[in-house]
Design a protein around this ligand. Structure first.
Ligand code: GLC
Length: 424
């Protein structure tokens, strides 16, 4: 009889343990354990008792994140189950088999609630591989107090930007215009913006290489002139987003090109920010051949790892839906200032009361210009990074750089035709 009782007890314990067992998954979010990303993960964990997400810290720059994930997926690693990926990755990751097809979980009726550009960039050959979490577009941050002091209006053209930046920088003994000039993806974003603002493009919608044009040459020459005229300091050769943000936030620059997230820290009270209440955010200025300023489309989305088990994938989809939900996007905007991908959040009264700038962001985000969409984007970007940096630092003329780029991009595309027809 005793044996029967023991067996029964063990069975009950085992079954309740199974019942209670959580599906454990991992999430590659960002580099900050106190970020909106990490807070949302904690909120998800405490909102239910079936899934537990471990937040894995990863490095800050998009290039490093890309390398880390490519290495893992090359080895068919089932971790991370879910990852926050850049808007430029879906074509490459889908073609390589590193992103789960989310079409069955993310129907058209749901997709329609998002900014169309973000959905387009998550889609590859008619299927959707990621759920957009927040979007990005380049903005010009400017010091309202300093422009007023010297009698200038906010610039709408390149010439105005250059003149005002160089003049005030000299008079105040600070930097004029800071932007992303290091040899990495951020430089590509800034250059694509200058190129589009001058009516040019690198590759058109049909895959034709258009980089060798007077509009592109003039845009790259202008970026170099920013340095030679003293409008931008040559330390931008090594600047990424955070370097520019710190310079601006500490009151050491008149203008900054950056993404919407900088508004949150720059607007902090006390000694956290030297520019609280002293700056504005406007669209980037236009070039002489362009019809208006342009913003490069950036942003991040949730991908699920196809090498994870079916149960982990299902849990991952649930988590991805949570992180990209309307409430999560509201929290993210309030905590981190990120621009939402869900259209409804732009008119949410709570968000607008807390963060009125969201209204200004909408037209900029909806018109943002994508970088070339191709499964070979990483190679194209390497070529762009190298040539753009050579022009910026004065090692190459813009005319030579675009010739080299035309050749390099065509070579990458020719190899890609080979890849598509004969397999990887
Ligand atoms: C931002 C953008 C991303 C871009 C990166 C470049 O994170 O959202 O799309 O690639 O900056 O540094």
């Amino acid at each position: 009889m005793k044996k029967v009782w023991i067996t029964l007890l063990v069975t009950v314990l085992v079954f309740s343990a199974i019942g209670m067992a959580k599906t454990k998954i991992t999430y590659f979010g960002d580099n900050d354990p106190n970020s909106a990303e990490a807070i949302l993960t904690r909120l998800f964990n405490s909102s239910q008792d079936e899934i537990e997400v471990e937040f894995l810290l990863q490095s800050w720059s998009t290039d490093d994140k890309h390398t880390a994930l490519v290495t893992r997926f090359g080895a068919k690693d089932p971790n991370p189950t879910v990852y926050l990926g850049d808007v430029i990755w879906p074509a490459e990751f889908a073609a390589a088999g590193w992103a789960l097809d989310l079409t069955p979980y993310f129907p058209k009726s749901e997709q329609d609630k998002f900014l169309p550009g973000t959905i387009k960039s998550a889609t590859y050959l008619g299927k959707i591989y990621a759920i957009p979490s927040f979007t990005d577009g380049g903005l010009l941050y400017y010091r309202t107090d300093l422009l007023e002091k010297y009698g200038y209006k906010p610039p709408t053209t390149w010439e105005e930007l250059k003149t005002i930046a160089a003049t005030i920088a000299k008079k105040e003994g600070i930097d004029g215009f800071v932007f992303q000039g290091a040899q990495y993806e951020g430089l590509v974003c800034d250059a694509v913006e200058f190129i589009a603002a001058n009516g040019g493009e690198v590759i058109d919608g049909n895959g034709n290489v258009k980089v060798n044009s007077p509009e592109v040459i003039q845009a790259l020459e202008f970026m170099r002139e920013l340095i030679t005229s003293g409008a931008a300091p040559d330390k931008v050769f090594t600047f990424m987003e955070e370097d520019a943000r710190m310079a601006f936030q500490q009151g050491n620059a008149v203008f900054m090109r950056n993404w919407p997230y900088c508004h949150s820290p720059s607007n902090m009270a006390g000694d956290q920010s030297a520019v609280k209440g002293k700056y504005g955010m406007i669209p980037m200025p236009k070039g002489p051949k362009g019809s208006g300023g342009a913003a490069t489309l950036g942003g991040w989305m949730l991908f699920v790892n196809p090498f994870a088990s079916k149960a982990e994938q299902a849990a991952g989809v649930q988590f991805a839906k949570f992180i990209t939900s309307e409430s999560a996007q509201i929290i993210r905007n309030l905590v981190a200032g990120n621009a939402p991908t869900r259209i409804a959040v732009y008119s949410n009264p709570t968000v607008l009361r807390a963060n009125a700038i969201v209204e200004t962001l909408y037209p900029i985000m909806i018109n943002a210009v994508p970088r070339p969409v191709t499964p070979f984007y990483a190679q194209v970007s390497n070529a762009l990074q190298e040539e753009f940096h050579a022009v910026l630092t004065g090692k190459k003329t813009a005319a030579d750089a675009v010739k080299a780029l035309e050749r390099k991009i065509k070579e990458i595309y020719e190899q890609s035709v080979h890849y598509v027809f004969s397999g990887p």
